[in-house]
Design a protein around this ligand. Structure first.
Ligand code: HEM
Length: 410
């Protein structure tokens, strides 16, 4: 057992918002996998930390989202009056079939491997333009100035957000992630969530009016047509799922790029290897996803009584938190030092994009964005250094794992 695991020994087994946990959750995960792989947390939910149970729960039809019941159980019956929770209850991410199937079916075509592959030249163009502007400055914040701009621009393109509205989104706050964490929100945080949700809904309603008059070749126009059909989509579902796509389209990819660049610079041998062998980039992205996933957890609820998952009986209505980041470091699946970054690791197949019917819609898009962003950066600024690779500042959220800033110079 390494020294981090030793120091983690005396603390609660799962305390995901503790600063040490956010700084480095992996020793805590190792302790969970070894000591209590189906741990019950302070709120009565099971915490699955091994690859076997995480993978099974994500794919097993006896589990679902049951979002409204689960949220009411946690917060009380009035919670669904809060706009932010009402809106989230319509996300495809929080739905079970048949609504999930209907909502996902309306957008899935925009994310096929072929459609995303066709976006390569546009992704390369955005990355080139960003670097043209930044390189003469000699320094940047890799998060705000680089990693953030690409996925925001791409999701704006896909949704059909007009160019002259985009500054609003580039400057947008990235403080909303707490709503996904497995610890109840405070009333103040709920209020902030409501305000952000209201602002987004107001903006998108104006854009819907514009696209009704001036249809485009974009997802909003496509979903408006489905809404007008009457059967396929309600107005609330339309707004909520556009907000989901906008958030999911960038909050996670920015962190894949940021966490990947941090991991590379903390492992100079791997950085040198990737610079010398650029063809390793595709496998390197899988390894970045595994090594420090930008989504650490997703949850399910038992839809019936289940006799045995990892030695535990789970009753209908009980929640299981699936620790994706922990499953990605399980020696049962990664016997060769999972704590090490190895961009040549064979068969990586991380669980970072989930599994089963909710498998990430944007997985291929995120991979290509990160591939082009990281490969181009290494090629065009080969002598870039991180100013503080040892002690970077993490965002205070657990499910979405990413850096607040990552200053670099050259
Ligand atoms: C590194 C980047 C990304 C990661 C790690 C990630 C991770 C995930 C995970 C773990 C899920 C499944 C959650 C569950 O099973 O409960 C998911 C679902 C989803 N993701 Fe991603 N995601 C990323 C990028 C994207 C992008 C770029 C988009 C869109 C442009 C996107 C859109 C979605 C949507 C719409 C869902 C819900 C799918 C459904 O419920 O059927 N994601 N993502």
């Amino acid at each position: 057992m390494n020294e981090h695991v030793q120091s983690a020994r005396t603390e609660p087994l799962f305390n995901p918002l503790a600063p040490e946990f956010i700084r480095n959750p992996y020793p805590y995960y190792e302790r969970l996998r070894t000591m209590d792989p189906m741990h019950v947390n302070a709120h009565g939910a099971f915490v699955a930390s091994r690859h076997a149970e995480v993978s099974l729960v994500l794919r097993d039809k006896r589990f679902g989202k049951d979002y409204v019941d689960r949220t009411v159980r946690r917060y009380g019956p009035k919670i669904m009056e809060e706009p932010v929770f009402r809106s989230m209850s319509h996300w495809m991410l929080q739905q079970d079939p048949p609504d999930h199937t209907r909502l996902r079916g309306l957008v899935v075509k925009a994310f096929t491997a072929r459609r995303v592959e066709d976006m390569r030249p546009r992704i390369q163009q955005i990355v080139n333009e960003t670097l043209d502007r930044i390189i003469p400055l000699g320094k940047m914040d890799l998060i705000e100035d680089y990693a953030f701009r690409l996925p925001v621009t791409i999701i704006c393109d896909m949704l059909g957000i007009p160019e002259d509205n985009r500054e609003l989104f580039y400057k947008g706050s990235r403080d909303g992630g707490r709503i996904l964490d497995p610890v109840p929100l405070t009333p103040k945080e709920i209020e902030a969530g409501n305000a952000a949700n209201m602002m987004a809904a107001m903006y998108f309603h104006q854009l819907f009016e514009l696209r009704r008059k001036q249809p485009g070749d974009d997802l909003i126009t496509q979903l408006l047509q489905a809404e007008e059909d009457g059967q396929k989509l309600t107005n609330e579902e339309l707004t909520a799922n556009i907000i989901l796509l906008f958030g999911a389209g960038h909050e996670t990819t920015v962190n894949l790029i940021g966490n990947g660049l941090l991991a590379l610079h903390r492992n100079p041998d791997q950085l040198a290897l990737l610079k010398a062998t650029p063809g390793l980039i595709t496998n390197a992205i899988e390894e970045f996803l595994r090594y420090d996933s930008s989504v650490q957890l997703t949850g399910r609820v038992a839809l019936e009584d289940i006799e045995d998952i990892g030695g535990k009986r789970i009753s209908k209505g009980e929640a299981v938190l699936c620790l994706l980041g922990s499953a990605n470091h399980d020696t049962a699946v990664y016997p060769d030092h999972p704590e090490r970054l190895d961009i040549t690791r064979p068969n990586v197949k991380p669980l970072s994009f989930g599994g089963g019917i909710h498998f990430c819609l944007g997985a291929q898009l995120a991979r290509i964005e990160a591939e082009i962003a990281i490969a181009t950066l290494l090629r065009r600024i080969p002598d870039m250094r991180l100013d503080d690779a040892e002690n970077p500042e993490w965002r205070p959220t657990f499910v979405l794992r990413g850096l607040k800033r990552l200053p670099a110079s050259w």
